[in-house]
Design a binder for this molecule. Structure first.
Ligand SMILES: [Zn+2]
Length: 188
């Protein structure tokens, strides 16, 4: 089993994990000033002249790689759950999948559309409580949005790391709880 002791986690400029690099690939990115060290380590790479430290985590200056950018995911129940991290957007509780629902922020009866901009994840309790009321009456603050990339694009990397032994310095950057829900859903 790979232990990732010789790997560098690369984040994009929004601190989302995008790649696992070898120490030498990480070093080259730093040397070319294309990425900066975020979490240092004592791991070193030897060049002709001297040894350089290679960090655990690097941040790229770039945003997401092109193939993930501007991907407009299809609107679906599952994708809304992913966008909202399987969390009720009203009470901010993470609830089991069977108790998740979708809610129209502006109710259909008031002209609300079924779209990224008007649909959020809600738990059954909050959905019932809200009913066809206006969110301003309930003092909820929600801002549904159209994702600019497919959230599942990152899952293969997260899964690879999650299913093995992620080094402690990486854990802050990996959304384990989300991966966990997705994982158990796949297995069942
Ligand atoms: Zn709720």
């Amino acid at each position: 089993m790979e232990t990732f002791g010789n790997r560098v986690l690369l984040l994009d400029s929004r601190y989302e994990p995008t790649h696992l690099l070898s120490l030498s690939q990480g070093f080259v990115l730093m040397y070319m000033s294309k990425a900066e060290a975020l979490v240092p380590s004592s791991r070193k790479i030897q060049t002709v002249n001297r040894a350089y430290e290679v960090p655990w985590v690097l941040v790229s200056q770039k945003c997401r790689p092109k193939k993930y950018r501007y991907v407009s995911p299809h609107f679906s129940r599952w994708m809304v759950y992913l966008r909202d991290h399987f969390t009720c957007q009203y009470c901010h509780h993470k609830v089991p999948l069977p108790t998740l629902t979708l809610d129209h922020v502006i109710p259909v009866s008031r002209g609300g559309q079924t779209s990224w901009e008007n649909i959020i994840t809600a738990c059954k309790m909050c959905n019932l409580k809200k009913g066809s009321k206006d969110i301003k009456e309930l003092k909820y603050k929600v801002r549904p949005y159209r994702p600019t990339y497919a959230p599942q694009a990152l899952f293969p990397l997260k899964h690879r790391i999650f299913s093995m032994n992620a080094p402690a310095p990486w854990k802050a950057f990996l959304d384990f709880s989300q991966a966990d829900i997705f994982y158990s859903e796949c297995r069942s």
